[in-house]
Design a protein around this ligand. Structure first.
Ligand SMILES: NC(=O)c1ccc[n+]([C@@H]2O[C@H](COP(=O)([O-])OP(=O)(O)OC[C@H]3O[C@@H](n4cnc5c(N)ncnc54)[C@H](O)[C@@H]3O)[C@@H](O)[C@H]2O)c1
Length: 352
């Protein structure tokens, strides 16, 4: 294999569940990545997935997979969060590995993961993939060419109905919305603007599901006096599809973009995305244009998160952009958001 041929590196998948079948493997097929093996504790699931995606090797145990994997193997983990550390412990020292998000269920677990991959000198990254969605890559092209100017406003606004009950493990989870959903937007904002100075948040439960943790959130990522970054999510809009919406708006000194992303609309059916942008021109009225973007968040963004690991493993980049060292900051923002919500706002004082 040529050192530059990162797409030829053999990928070994751990976990053959929903996200692997609906996003990882469809994305890798589009990208032409080389998936060589799969293991799931439920062997039948691994067999079915292997048959559906022509994966040549199915293993009965993780040890068997690790023993069979060549030195240049890249491991792709998509197991329930609690399994992350036990699985990592069994992977070889120095292995290249993509972990599913979130990076643990809180900042202490994230730190334990970071410590473990450092001890094992792994090339480890996290599957925060919204930053690689085709419409975000288009924004980055505009940014790199300086065409949006200096960013001053990022807003993500989601008003949808999300059937949380479909994910059994969320029923009793201590954290739901920010940890499993808004985390994507937090990671995206960080990817666009860097780390915030601090985070303010209020995350709220809903009367129709009083036993669940909070399912709606308002998060302000603080970038000082001149830059505004807000995330607003309501997953409890039960009033039909006409007013469901979900957009990412990015404003800069020279232009702006609004992405209406359809993945969450009328869940799980989804709706089409749209990409609209405006570039300011001296002496002209701003004119919004629409651009057709090939591909969407699911599954196409999953190409980018794996490609970073492959590029690092092939020696083409020093560190994956979504490395654990970067993503620990997304986890720190999540932790700060929950802490801010618990701490509460400033009370009213009408005493003279
Ligand atoms: N990045 C994203 O957008 C995104 C989306 C959905 C889920 N996820 C994450 O992906 C992970 C998997 O989610 P899912 O929806 O596919 O869940 P799932 O329950 O459908 O699949 C998990 C699979 O892992 C297997 N498994 C459990 N322990 C294992 C172990 N020790 N070794 C091998 N296999 C094991 C299970 O048998 C199951 O087949 C979770 O951590 C979830 O939070 C991420």
């Amino acid at each position: 294999m040529l050192q530059s041929d990162h797409k030829a590196l053999p990928i070994y998948i751990i976990g053959a569940g929903g996200i692997v079948n609906t996003a990882h493997l469809p994305a890798y097929k589009i990208a032409g990545f080389n998936v060589q093996g799969i293991f799931d504790v439920l062997h039948d699931k691994a067999m079915q997935t292997a048959a559906a995606f022509n994966i040549p090797h199915v293993y009965k145990t993780l040890n068997e997979m690790v023993a069979a994997a060549p030195e240049n193997a890249v491991f792709d983990m998509a197991v329930p969060g609690k399994q992350t550390i036990p699985v990592l412990q069994q992977l070889p020292v120095g292995a290249a590995v993509l972990l599913q998000k979130p990076m643990g269920e809180n900042i202490s677990e994230a730190k334990a993961i970071l410590q473990l991959v450092r001890e094992k000198q792994m090339k480890a990254a996290v599957n925060f993939q919204l930053r690689y969605a085709p419409y975000i890559l288009e924004v980055k092209k505009l940014m790199e060419g300086g065409r949006l100017g200096e960013l001053s406003d990022v807003e993500i606004n989601v008003n949808v109905y999300t059937p949380w009950h479909l994910w059994d493990f969320l029923t009793n989870a201590p954290r739901v919305e920010i940890l499993y959903h808004s985390i994507h937007y937090i990671d995206l904002v960080r990817n666009l603007l860097g780390n915030p100075l601090s985070v303010y948040a209020k995350t709220t439960k809903h009367k129709s599901m009083p036993h669940m943790a909070s399912v709606r959130s308002n998060i302000i990522m603080d970038y000082g006096e001149m830059v505004r970054a807000n995330i607003l999510t309501n997953h409890c809009h039960i009033y039909g599809t006409p007013k469901q919406k979900s957009y990412i708006k990015i404003e800069g000194s020279k232009g702006a973009v609004i992405i209406n992303f359809g993945a969450l609309i009328d869940y799980p059916r989804g709706a089409a995305d749209s990409f609209e942008y405006v570039l300011l021109e001296e002496g002209k009225e701003p004119e919004w244009k629409t651009k057709n973007i090939e591909g969407s968040w699911f599954p196409h963004a999953f190409i980018g998160s794996m490609e970073q690991v492959l590029l690092q493993a092939a020696g083409k980049i020093a560190t994956a952009d979504n490395s654990v060292d970067d993503c620990i900051h997304t986890m720190a923002c999540v932790e700060a958001a929950y802490a801010s919500s618990e701490q509460g706002g400033v009370g009213l004082n009408v005493e003279s």
